[in-house]
Design a protein around this ligand. Structure first.
Ligand code: AMP
Length: 425
């Protein structure tokens, strides 16, 4: 088996790690990868959105299965391109990836499918948008419709802030083209969970549920980021709730995608807000695994990942993916200045040995001219600990994060605090 993972972040390192674990003898490539993937796969120096060179590499290396980790190449049509060339690829078409790449499109789909989500309106015209803001109760959420690396949603306590956010996007060009269309929606109260399913467009195979910490600072405060840590399982996601999510959200969404001629295959990620009465509302859809959720979900899978991805890539229904009954906690180590202007270039010292069950996934790291490991991006590393005990997984993740050294290291020490409050052991 010859496998290619497309992307170069922590999620793709975790994907390589999980595929390598199930396929010790496979030829495994990662494009572009990072210094972490280089240890378990052959990195190909090709950007994740360079469709021509990726298609050439798939040919040249005789890749049997390409797994696309990140949303940008999907939205640009990498899966369509490879499929047109007769290759097996796991990930949705560009048309289906619109579910993530256009929040305006996602809102149309949820409306047509009768899926519960925040009331919203979509605007390209500044004065119309401002008028709408004026007419709505506070708080409001203003979102760039396009891809903005998880940073395009601004929760605004007041109409004034919302108007400012609208101006920033539609007038000042914040988020570039991604912010030329804005979705303004009602604020949903509750607790968020990330439900991900492997799907061929009809059937769904649920992955372990994760909770992500999107805010920069402890206690879930500060600005939104791509994610500062995650944990799984989440007690709130009871079997009954998940059954409802499947029946009321995932399946109707997939049906609607079929109906409009954009069948979705790959990982359907539903970011959900669970309200006080236990009802789930869609906050967003993604068309791939979450990052950092992948770094807790994949280490919990005990068998069946490759087989299921392989089947879906060939248009068959997903097979069973089994997960261990254990807890996983991942802590993201970022660089001072993240998310706006992270510092880069500091050298990184990793511990010589890691405790059992602990894995360090690379995200924004690079190698300097002398081969030394350096900070190369905003989110630098993610430290995942898997343990029977939630508290122990949390402690191991945090203590390993503490033991990693570089100038400007920032991380949250409270990943999983909700599980602790709920009495997780
Ligand atoms: P999104 O990019 O749509 O996933 O939004 C990023 C984050 O903003 C979400 O994970 C939530 O924490 C927050 N958010 C987005 N939409 C809403 C909403 N309607 N109500 C409350 N919080 C939201």
């Amino acid at each position: 088996m010859r496998l290619l993972v497309v992307g170069g972040g922590g999620r793709e390192h975790a994907l390589c790690w999980a595929l390598r674990r199930e396929n010790p003898d496979a030829a495994l490539y990662c494009a572009p990868g990072n210094p972490g993937t280089a240890e378990i796969a052959d990195n190909l120096p090709i950007a994740a959105d360079d469709l021509d060179r990726l298609a050439d590499a798939v040919d040249m290396h005789g890749i049997d299965l390409t797994v696309v980790g990140s949303e940008v190449p999907l939205a640009r049509g990498l899966a369509d391109r490879l499929r047109a060339e007769g290759r097996a690829v796991f990930g949705p078409s560009a048309a289906a990836a619109q579910l993530e790449a256009s929040k305006a499109f996602a809102k149309q789909v949820t409306a047509a499918a009768g899926v519960r989500t925040a009331a919203s309106r979509t605007f390209t015209d500044l004065s119309d948008a401002l008028k709408y803001v004026d007419s709505q109760p506070e708080p409001l959420v203003v979102k760039a419709s396009g891809l903005a690396a998880g940073k395009g949603a601004l929760v605004c306590d007041t109409r004034r802030d919302a108007a400012k956010a609208v101006r920033a996007m539609l007038e000042a060009g914040q988020f570039g083209d991604a912010g030329r269309t804005v979705v303004i929606e009602a604020y949903l109260e509750g607790e968020e969970i990330s439900v991900m399913a492997v799907t061929d467009g009809r059937d769904v195979e649920l992955l372990p549920v994760a909770q992500d910490h999107k805010r920069l600072l402890e206690g879930d405060s500060g600005p939104n980021t791509g994610g500062m840590g995650a944990y799984s399982p989440v007690a709130l996601a009871s079997p009954a709730l998940l059954e409802k999510v499947k029946l009321d959200i995932l399946l109707p969404t997939l049906e609607e995608m079929q109906r409009i001629g954009a069948p979705f295959s790959g990982v359907l990620y539903a970011g959900l807000m669970v309200d006080r009465s236990g009802v789930a509302w869609v906050v967003e859809f993604n068309c791939r695994l979450g990052d950092p959720e992948a770094q807790v979900i994949l280490p919990l899978i005990s068998e069946g990942l490759t087989e299921s991805l392989w089947r879906v890539a060939r248009g068959e229904r997903p097979s069973r993916i089994n997960a261990r009954r254990a807890a996983a906690v991942t802590t993201v180590l970022a660089s001072r200045g993240y998310p706006d202007a992270p510092e880069k270039g500091a050298s990184i010292t990793l511990p010589d040995t890691l405790p059992e069950g602990v894995t360090v996934f690379h995200a924004g790291t690079s190698r300097g001219p002398d081969g030394a490991l350096q900070v190369g991006g905003g989110r630098v590393l993610t430290v995942t600990a898997v343990n029977q005990s939630f508290a122990e997984a949390q402690r191991l993740s945090r203590e390993t994060a503490e033991a990693i050294a570089y100038e400007g290291k920032i991380f949250r020490r409270d990943i999983g605090w909700r599980a602790v409050n709920r009495g997780g052991t």
